[in-house]
Design a protein around this ligand. Structure first.
Ligand code: SAM
Length: 360
């Protein structure tokens, strides 16, 4: 029987679900002629219309966040505990995504740590043998205490957002975050032998004076520091003059030399200096787009499949959760096949949702 925890909504929506299933069968018959599916030793693989191998799912667990980073959402924006996908719904979806060839998952939000069932979600995803890479992106406020259980549940990699090594600036940029909590979490994760990456969004006039300090962190500590170019979300993100490009960093720090990337589909270009314990990564989605090698799609916390961060089209999967048979799988397959060619950050992109609502 279909897994569905929508209660009354399921009963009310059942007849429309059946109608949608019928539609999906028809749509699928047409789609199957065009959708590029291939089977290999991993099972089914998804390729979009451009032939890109889609094996990476970014799952947003919530829109809620305990911080309000200045480039992510507006200060006044109220963060709703909207209809978040439950553990049961996420399990149903993961089964299908894994069947379709997803091997890599990153949990994000909002702030994934605000989900009380995060440990169970990690355990559920880690239990799929096909998933060979499971990680989380977090602001790490309160991560240190939960790390041992998360590690035990199957989490091996953490990306920690950290925009300043100065406590006052960090508090200002995050509108309330505590630097000590992040640093404690970084130490705890390194101690647990987890792979740690630091995500730093550079904002000119704010934290661009700290680039050298962050590079020194990668020199002295076994963590990768990745400078992420400001993307056009929120009023601040839309201000081109605040963006600091990777080329500018390389000009200012010429001792950084390129090194071979660990994963060819990763967005970061990696650099090192003499004797570095970690690496410096440059992620330049605006000045150097990497859409041609994009392998990811996104699942929002309210059940929408979003094929591109920088394009607003989404497919609502929630109505299909109560369907029987292969309808949901077909809807996902078809949506992924139509993944847009590239983002439109450079051509007057106005996101209809803030970054925390999509899942960064
Ligand atoms: N709350 C978690 C965190 O802080 O890492 C996960 C969600 S946050 C939206 C995910 C990532 O998106 C963070 O690394 C954040 O810095 C990045 N991000 C948010 N808004 C951005 C923007 N306008 N440009 C570039 N990166 C952004």
């Amino acid at each position: 029987s279909p897994v569905c925890s929508l209660g009354n909504i399921w009963i009310a929506g059942r007849s429309s679900c059946l109608a949608m299933e019928a539609c999906a069968e028809t749509a699928h018959s047409a789609a199957i002629r065009t959708v590029g599916l291939a089977k290999d030793e991993r099972g089914e693989r998804m390729r979009d219309w451009m032939g890109r191998d889609i094996h990476y799912l970014r799952v947003s667990l919530t829109e809620r966040c305990n911080l309000k980073c200045i480039y992510c959402r507006e200060e006044t924006e109220f963060c709703k505990a909207k209809q978040e996908l439950s553990l049961m719904e996420l399990t149903q979806l993961m089964r299908i995504f894994v069947d379709l060839g997803i091997t890599k998952v990153r949990l994000t939000g909002g702030e994934p740590l605000v989900r009380k069932d995060l440990e169970q979600i990690v355990q559920m995803i880690a239990s799929f043998p096909q998933i060979n890479d499971l990680s989380i992106t977090t602001n790490a406020q309160g991560l240190a205490e939960r790390l041992p259980v998360l590690h035990h549940a199957g989490l091996r990699r953490v990306n920690i957002s950290l925009d300043s090594l100065d406590a006052d600036r960090y508090r200002r940029m995050t509108r309330g975050g505590e630097l000590d909590k992040v640093l404690d979490s970084i130490h705890a994760a390194v101690k647990e032998n987890m792979t740690v990456k630091i995500n730093t969004v550079l904002v000119r006039g704010e934290n661009d004076t700290e680039i050298g300090d962050f590079i020194a962190l990668a020199r002295d500590y076994p963590v990768d520091v990745r400078f992420i170019e400001l993307m056009p979300f929120s009023t601040l993100g839309a201000a081109d003059g605040r963006r600091v490009s990777g080329s500018e960093i390389l000009e200012r720090y010429p001792f950084l030399h390129p090194v071979e990337v660990r994963d060819p589909s990763q967005p970061a270009k990696d650099y090192c200096g003499e004797g570095f314990a970690g690496r410096v990564g440059l992620i330049n989605p605006v000045s150097h787009k990497f859409c041609n090698k994009c392998s990811r799609v996104r699942l929002t916390s309210d059940g929408k499949l979003r094929m591109c961060l920088g394009q607003d089209e989404e497919t609502d999967l929630r109505p299909w959760l109560c369907s029987t048979g292969d309808s949901l799988k077909q809807v996902i397959r078809e949506a992924i096949y139509q993944k847009p060619e590239e983002h439109s950050f450079c051509s007057a992109f106005h996101a209809t949702r803030a970054m925390n609502q999509i899942g960064g």
